[in-house]
Design a binder for this molecule. Structure first.
Ligand SMILES: *Cc1c(COP(=O)(O)O)cnc(C)c1O
Length: 353
């Protein structure tokens, strides 16, 4: 018997796999990361929301229930498909929408609930999901600030019929410009979204309806491919930094710390404290004078913006939050030294020394 190794195999898959290895890996990771059937790249987080609502057939004379305490794009997506955003109030501690108030706001025109996982904290998605099922309306999650956040070990954005993510540079997973993603397990809706993002054409030059030019461009996808393997570690670093803030700020008079709901994993897109007693702006100026930048997300709840002046909303918690919130510097590689300096200035201001 001749034991010479075979020079010419009958079939060699290695070269072709090598050629597309990084594409395959990215495709696998993209789907496996979130644990959904379809992860559809789009032009932005805003477009992800718009395309989700369009694919669901939400339009004029429909209502969508959402939070007034969020970035404008959440409500804007509802308005831009011609529907009416119905604002219901938030829980003052988590800053997220209150399921009990959502249920009360449902009318015969309600087509969807659009909660936001604000600042990276999972909204009460179990309660919202069961309301949506009970009333046979769609649940669309705005997970723009919460890529990687978990509820019972499952990614937020994968509970609703659609999850919308943003890859704007400042988000937890950011690209170089604009980018977004829609996740869904529904094959028909996924096909509809894929057509919507390419001018309403399933087949090139056979446009079936009016859509958008909303593809995720190749340069942004390449950036995301490089960053995706790191995002969990970066989120973990954010969580560690947040917990250092909590330990050091605990007990500071006039400062309330962001809670983490049991069974969830907050990814701290923002570390947002509440400053009570009407002293938020004073603390912000005090820190600014000492070279420490802070941000106010969001200074005006959406139902108080002139563009939504007609909306009949009673949202006292969102209004209170807008006067109390202050987001402290936080990024995955922020140092303990910087954090200690920030904390000691805050404690000084609050008379905690
Ligand atoms: C950033 C953001 C969006 C919009 O995402 P873009 O990619 O900037 O269009 C939508 N909703 C929330 C809550 C956001 O923070």
């Amino acid at each position: 018997m001749d034991h010479r190794r075979t020079d010419i195999p009958a079939l060699d898959l290695a070269p072709e796999l090598a050629e597309v290895a990084s594409d395959l890996e990215a495709a696998l990771r993209r789907v496996i990361y979130l644990g959904v059937k379809h992860a559809i790249g789009v032009n932005s987080g805003t477009d992800a929301l718009v395309l989700a609502l369009r694919a669901l057939g939400v339009g004029p004379s429909d209502e969508v229930i959402t939070t007034p305490f969020t970035f404008f794009a959440t409500a804007e997506s509802i308005s831009s498909v011609g529907a009416l955003p119905v604002f219901v109030d938030i829980d003052i501690e988590s800053f997220n929408i209150r399921p009990d108030l959502v249920e009360r706001a449902i009318s015969e025109r309600t087509r969807a609930i659009l909660p936001v996982h604000l600042f990276g904290a999972p909204a009460d998605i179990a309660a919202l999901g069961s309301i949506a099922r009970r009333h046979k309306i769609a649940l669309v999650e705005d997970a723009a600030q919460a890529f990687g956040a978990l509820d019972q070990d499952r990614h937020v954005g994968t509970f609703g019929v659609f999850g919308a993510y943003s890859f704007f540079p400042s988000k937890n997973l950011g690209c170089l410009g604009d980018g977004g993603l829609l996740s869904t397990d529904d094959d028909d809706l996924a096909a509809h979204v894929r057509a919507l993002r390419a001018h309403g054409a399933r087949k090139k030059y056979f446009n079936e309806f009016v859509g958008y030019n909303s593809r995720l461009d190749a340069l942004q996808a390449a950036f995301l491919r490089a960053k995706l393997p790191h995002v969990d570690e970066w989120n973990e670093a954010r969580r560690k930094a947040a917990s250092r803030y909590c330990v050091q700020l605990r007990g500071t008079p006039g400062i309330l710390l962001p809670p983490e709901r049991r069974g969830t994993q907050h990814v701290f897109h923002q570390f947002t404290i509440r400053v009570t007693g009407g002293r938020r702006d004073a603390l912000r100026e005090y820190l600014a004078r000492r070279g420490i930048a802070t941000m106010v997300y969001y200074p005006t709840p959406l139902h108080r913006l002139p563009v939504y002046a007609g909306a009949e909303a009673r949202c006292p918690a969102a209004e209170l939050a807008s006067t109390e919130v202050l987001s402290l510097p936080l990024w995955p590689r922020i140092t303990e030294d910087l954090q200690s300096r920030i904390v000691s200035e805050i404690r000084e201001f609050c008379g905690a020394h």
